[in-house]
Design a protein around this ligand. Structure first.
Ligand code: 5GP
Ligand code: ZN
Length: 108
């Protein structure tokens, strides 16, 4: 928990979000400013600032995140039609919120 991190506050339920997935290591919720009919964010519950700042021993959380994405996209019925997943890393990569997250974008 990083006190100034907006996504940590969402994990702690200190600020609201439309949560669509939760397990022991991952939280998935709707992006507040959606760029597609389905635009969800998947984050590790552990605060990791960015992909560049994630130590190798914590990279397994990406496996948990992509597994969650497989489950959610199946439920949403877009696993066959297809979807896009993106990670913005650092200022030059367009990252605004410095808590590692994977964007999921799909048409409904
Ligand atoms: P990135 O850092 O990958 O560029 O993008 C951060 C994403 O987080 C943006 O798409 C933005 O709309 C979303 N976002 C920023 N603040 C909040 C928030 O408080 N709640 C939710 N649900 N999404 C947020
Ligand atoms: Zn955080």
């Amino acid at each position: 928990m990083e006190p100034n991190c907006i996504f940590c506050k969402i994990i702690e339920k200190q600020i609201p979000a439309e949560i669509i997935f939760e397990n022991a290591s991952v939280l998935g919720f709707k992006d507040i400013s959606p760029k597609a009919p389905i635009h969800y964010l998947f984050i590790p519950k552990k605060h990791l600032a960015s992909l560049a700042e994630t130590p190798k021993e914590d990279l397994s959380v990406l496996c948990d995140i992509y597994s969650a994405i497989q489950e959610v996209t199946k439920k949403e019925g877009v696993d066959k039609s297809g979807y896009k997943t993106t990670i913005h890393t650092g200022k030059g990569g367009g990252q605004i919120v410095f808590h590692l997250h994977v964007h999921l974008l799909a048409q409904k």
